[in-house]
Design a protein around this ligand. Structure first.
Ligand code: NDP
Ligand code: MG
Length: 382
């Protein structure tokens, strides 16, 4: 029995993680569960999965939830609460599906506590990949990718000679606006941006797929997870989202992982690795029903966010922290109708331009840069 501690339980990945748990109650249980403020979604999940610890965003939410919780459940809140969930002694597997760089400290704490990590929270690796991977190596803790592209790469590396990998190729759907030209993006709305052709996901990541900053973040995520230089990481637009990513080897043989788009597969693979289990909630892939698969080069003029991410990643140090923090704030401002869609990448670019690179930042520096960048972008917006 694997006992899971789950951060971000009320989110898109969190709920799908619980769907996997629900299908295999003989294999998995939930020891600790953390969410933000969505009590309505969380309460039935708490009643169903009966975790021993629940963590929420802040004291206000905790006070509201307290009167509705059974005795015997420990209720905590804030970043300390998330950390307590991450290191909860009764859990052996930590799924980080929280949104944004708030997931960093819980991940670091879970590594030190020796938990196996299933990581959906890509912002953690973008903002401080060097710290996370070093700590994981120091404590011999596996970090198993949940992001579908990285899971595909991980799956395509099983049983292979890792030293012979010559290139990682991340596929991208192109997002909600892939059939629009740049000049058509001037007045697109939130509703348009949230209308993703292939995947149903949380609001922030759906906007990130529309700017394709998501692919940029994933390039940096791949750099850290697989210890690959940026020169060896490519992206390709693949509108059907059937090929989830590919690995090229020294002999130019390319191995890929395919399937109908569903996050249940990478979530379950992380939970069961290196075994595989049945997954009745997904459908088999019949290629004759798909007909054709398309691939297209990513145009960096059309999607400047991808280029910004490569630049920040290659610069290294504190630059990816700035990229991520500026993007989090800009996307939030777009979702609050404070800025236009095309402004998102402008604010990110401006934040990167004003930042003085700090090489090899420690945790304290990362957190300071994250905070300063958020304040800088908010100031610019207001
Ligand atoms: P959602 O917005 O759907 O969910 C975010 C979750 O995090 C919610 O449970 C939310 O709680 C919780 N949360 C947010 N802020 C806080 C906070 N300060 N304290 C505690 N909990 C908080 O996001 P997604 O599920 O879409 O994405 C989660 C992560 O997974 C992201 O890093 C994303 O990039 C990554 N990912 C997502 C994919 C997807 O298919 N959705 C695919 C690949 C990666 P509440 O709502 O209760 O406030
Ligand atoms: Mg992805």
């Amino acid at each position: 029995m694997k006992k899971i501690s789950l951060l971000g339980a009320t989110g898109s990945v969190g709920i799908q993680t619980l769907k996997v748990v629900r299908e295999h109650t003989d294999q998995f249980s939930v020891a600790a569960l953390a969410f933000g403020k969505n009590i309505d979604t969380a309460l039935p999940l708490i009643h169903e999965f009966r975790p021993k610890l629940v963590s929420v965003k802040d004291k206000q939410v905790a006070d509201k939830l307290k009167i509705q919780l059974d005795d015997g459940i420990r209720l905590v809140y804030g970043i300390e609460g998330m950390i307590e969930a991450a290191v909860f002694p009764e859990a052996d597997f930590f799924v980080n599906a929280v949104l944004g760089s708030v997931g960093l400290e819980p991940t670091l704490a879970a590594i030190e506590a020796g938990k196996t990590i299933g990581l959906a929270n890509k912002e953690t690796l973008v903002t401080a990949g060097h710290l996370v991977m070093k700590r994981a190596a120091d404590f011999s803790v596996p970090i198993l990718p949940i992001d579908s592209e990285h899971s595909a790469i991980f799956q395509s590396m099983q049983g292979q000679d890792r030293s012979a990998v010559s290139r990682l190729i991340l596929t991208a759907s192109g997002g909600s606006f892939r059939d629009k030209k740049r000049e058509d993006l001037v007045d697109v709305t939130i509703k348009d941006a949230l209308n993703h052709p292939n995947w149903s996901m949380g609001a922030k990541i759906t906007v990130d797929t529309a700017t394709m900053m998501n692919k940029g973040l994933e390039v940096i995520e791949a750099h850290w997870l697989f210890d690959m230089s940026y020169e060896k990481i490519d992206t390709v637009i693949h509108r059907e989202s059937i090929v989830h990513s590919l690995v090229e080897y020294a002999d130019h043989s390319v191995i890929a992982q395919l399937g109908l788009p569903s996050m249940l597969v990478p979530i379950q693979y992380a939970l069961t690795y290196p075994s595989r289990l049945k997954l009745s909630q997904t459908k088999p892939l019949n290629l004759w029903e798909i007909g054709s698969l398309h691939f297209q080069k990513v145009d960096m003029q059309r999607y400047p966010s991808v280029s910004l991410a490569y630049q920040a990643g290659k610069a290294g140090g504190s630059m990816p922290t700035v990229l991520n923090a500026a993007n989090e704030i800009a996307v939030q401002a777009f979702l609050q109708e404070k800025i236009a869609f095309l402004d998102i990448e402008r604010y990110v670019e401006r934040a990167l331009e004003q930042h003085q690179l700090i090489k090899a930042p420690d945790l304290e520096t990362i957190e300071a840069v994250d905070k300063e960048t958020r304040a800088f972008v908010m100031n610019q917006i207001n």
